[in-house]
Design a protein around this ligand. Sequence first.
Ligand SMILES: [Zn+2]
Length: 475
Amino acid sequence: MMRVSCGGPGKGALCAGVLALLCCSTMKPQSGVIQQPDAYAANDRAPDARFKADILVVLAHPDDETIVAAYLAREINDSQKRVAVVYGTKGGGGNNNVGPEQAAAMGEIREIEGRQASGSLGITNVWFLSGHDLASQDVLNSLEYWGHGACLEQLVRLVRLTRPSVVLTLLPDFTTGENHGDHQAAGVLATEAFDMAGDPTAFAEQISPTHDPDRNGNLTEALRAWQPEKIYYFYNPTHDIFTGQGPQYSATEISPSRHESYGVLAARAFTYHRTQGGDEAERMIERHEAETSQNQELSEMMQPVRLIFGKSLVPSSAMDDVFAGVVAGGISYRPAPGFTAVEYSKPALEIGDPWSYYRKFWHAHGLDHLADIAPPEITIKVGGSLTIPLAVENPLDTAISIDLSVQAPDGWKVASVTPVSIEPHTRHYLRVQATAPQSKMPGWQQFTVSANSRGIGIGTVRVRAELSAGWVAPQ
Ligand SMILES: [Zn+2]
């Protein structure tokens, strides 16, 4: 075979030169002129099928896939579904259970652990966004620290590249439990990308045909806009927020093709996350295999995978199977409802960020039902502090004076709140702070904050707290 060297900056044009020779049989003389095939036609090639996904899983950290790994093992092994994974960060935070490496160095290790764990499930298309691991409960802290815009651009690109029918991601909500702001950020970005990837005006450079496909230096990407059909969420809260919210999938069921339970396949994937789990997953699998099927260890891995229905752009109810209604070949773009501004006619007290943000976010993305999953709630470490962020709207032409009254559970110390004057046509921010008791109190710790202006109530905010003696991320 003849070798052709193109060298220099046009090295990528080697293929075009070879192609021109190989394709000579297709040249058609017209009016005595030899016509070269127009390389611009490369823009019309079919998208690279190696990257097509049925499910795109959007996560924050390597090991987050563990929560749904039993479900993914089911779809990959026994329904021949193609799954791709995007991690928002490399997971450079937290402790290392194996070696001395920390921070960015540990992030490099965890990237490999994430690729190995995903690979063991049968997932080889794995990407990492440029976000950074941050320990906080507040999604807005994570979005700021990650670089919200840059990560969204990257994720929209990956949705267009992988063309998923279904997006599976962490719940964008503030609940008790681990309640990691990074987890919520993954859910926010995935929801935004779900609604943007099909919009040809969003990151339009990604879907612009390349100018010179036969040369280097192309500045646009020649992807196609893509509208995913369904989005589902999952989470690891301390109480049940899943019942009636979406389909569930057994982890104890045996995979017909792998002859092991889906939960054990998930546990095998987790064994790769040594910096996070040490060798506990191996021990757990050994204990599990030593026991009879009537006496299975009810580990976290063997619990059913419970999903929360986000939305479907094809006919499907919340409890239907994830792939119910999915249309082969995809669907056309369906815009999300978008943000709607509230018009205030009288003063009002509201809960502040991040709860305030989520109300607007859910509505903007057609997810209002997520507001019914859990009331405003938070986990606070014993002896720690709780901040209840508040906002008062004053749409009047005159200033108003506000008095706050706070009902707090026994054992909490609430800082005094002095009356405030709020200027006309102003949104005023204030907060209530409370110090938790030094020991764990059972049950929900209910706080009620009421605001009065000249003796007239302008609103009530309720927040419930759960006390934990364990590690709790900063609020
Ligand atoms: Zn995580």
